[in-house]
Design a protein. Structure first.
Length: 88
């Protein structure tokens, strides 16, 4: 005679090791409020993933626009916008 556990009666052998079947069996035995909480958490997770993907789909913004540099003049320090003024 075949040996059947009480929890595995009527299940195919592959369903006993399948994570999806095991998860569904656990959900059948769980309290309804726990299942509702898991469904809400899963929905929030999917919304967060969607927000991340939507943000990645937007065109990349370049760096902030820089001020226009003045052309280098004689006496400027390496063209960095500073001007040397001789006093006296």
């Amino acid at each position: 005679m075949a040996h059947d556990d009480t929890g595995t009666a009527g299940q195919a052998p592959e369903c006993q090791i399948c994570p999806i079947c095991a998860g569904l069996a656990a959900l059948r035995e769980a309290r309804p409020e726990a299942v509702e909480h898991l469904v809400k958490a899963g929905a929030e997770l999917l919304l967060a993933v969607r927000a991340l993907l939507d943000g990645a789909a937007e065109p990349a913004r370049g760096p902030a626009p820089r001020r226009r540099a003045r052309p280098a003049r004689a006496g400027d320090a390496a063209g960095n916008g500073l001007q040397r003024i001789d006093v006296g």
